[in-house]
Design a protein around this ligand. Structure first.
Ligand SMILES: Nc1ncnc2c1ncn2[C@@H]1O[C@H](COP(=O)(O)OP(=O)(O)OP(=O)(O)O)[C@@H](O)[C@H]1O
Length: 325
């Protein structure tokens, strides 16, 4: 393996920098290629480490926009600096403003403004952002000149903005401005077939290790709550710590680098624990009814007896959650 083209042949990139062979991801890439060329706002939703920033960068590259991509972590903006950082300021406009400063809106002109962790933006700042997105105009602090904002907005969050809107924690009008195109990026456990490919890709990039088939199997069946970032960190650490170039499953276990696979029941229990509080009871309730119906081979009276409820409860719920028997 000696050139970039050899590398991309073995590790197929479905979008610039994004390695995958998973059918859902390939479909997603096709969709993103279509929407990249438009000016419409894109909202990327996905767990931490699923590659949201990489997707934003791919969208920017594919868009052919002349400007640059400006990446802003909205969770890391101090409240008092929001205006200065986004709008920029004129020299002398406040104590400490010893020179004129361009803000994010200006820097992203003709390019892309990537607003990562957008849900972290306080309501007060959401209103200011909305005004610029609606008018496409802004002024620097202390300045009278009205400037155009020509950047394309791509935003991202690991949270469901729809739920935050329902809870009045996120402005509905801003949400509509941000999600002309909404993209859900699957987490790694939804595309386990990508784990060996990504692991081999990161190992190859390290230039130090090769993963044995049993090592790849272990990685594939392990839990990756931190998604691709966690997988990449693990391989990077292995490249430093492994004594031999050829890494086996035992080496990975000895270095205690992975959470061993868990059984299905444990995984479901964990998913329920991680779920927003509003969904929990309903999910457990539905799961219990489904299980009772399953055990009693569709016999509603028996399912009701198992759960200690009236048969009508089972019938009603089965109709609602479409259990076909
Ligand atoms: N499909 C992929 N192919 C290759 N590398 C990937 C892929 N997806 C993610 N990565 C790598 O995984 C790491 C995490 O990706 P990224 O920072 O884009 O995730 P994120 O969803 O933005 O994370 P966070 O929510 O924590 O900001 C990066 O090192 C990135 O290069």
């Amino acid at each position: 393996m000696n050139s970039r083209s050899d590398f991309t042949e073995v590790f197929p990139e479905i979008l610039p920098g994004i390695v995958s062979q998973n059918p859902i991801m390939i479909k997603l890439a096709g969709y993103l290629k279509k929407i990249s060329a438009s000016d419409g706002a894109v909202f990327l939703n996905g767990e931490t480490g699923t590659g949201k920033e990489l997707f934003a960068s791919a969208i920017h590259q594919l868009s052919g926009r002349l400007g640059k991509i400006v990446c802003v972590n909205c969770g890391a903006i101090p409240e008092s600096l929001f205006e200065s950082l986004f709008f920029g300021h004129e020299k002398g406009s406040f104590t400490g403003a010893d020179r004129k400063q361009h803000g994010f809106f200006y820097q992203a002109n003709e390019g892309t403004l990537f607003l990562d962790e957008i849900a972290e933006l306080p309501l007060m700042h959401q209103a200011k952002l909305l005004r610029v997105l609606e008018s496409r105009k802004f002024s620097r602090i202390g300045g009278s000149e009205v400037l155009d904002f020509t950047g394309r907005i791509v935003s991202a969050s690991h949270q469901s903005l729809e739920q935050l809107v329902e809870g009045k924690e996120f402005r509905e009008d801003l949400w509509y401005r941000l999600n002309l195109f909404e993209v859900a990026i699957p987490s790694l456990h939804q595309r386990r077939d990508d784990i060996p490919l990504l692991a081999r890709c990161f190992a190859m990039s390290s230039g130090r290790i090769t993963l044995a088939p049993c090592a790849l199997q272990l990685l594939q069946s392990s839990e990756w709550p931190g998604n691709i970032r966690q997988l990449k960190n693990t391989i990077d650490k292995l490249a430093v710590l492994a004594d031999n170039q050829y890494v086996s499953a035992d080496t990975i276990r000895q270095l205690a680098m992975v959470a061993e696979p868990v059984d299905c029941a444990t995984r479901v229990a964990k998913e329920i624990i991680d779920m927003p509080i509003t969904n929990k009871l309903k999910t457990i309730y539905d799961a219990l009814i489904e299980q009772a119906v399953e055990i009693s081979h569709g016999n509603k009276s028996e399912a009701a007896r198992l759960l200690g409820v009236h048969r009508k409860v089972i019938e009603r719920r089965m109709a609602q959650i479409h259990i076909v028997r």
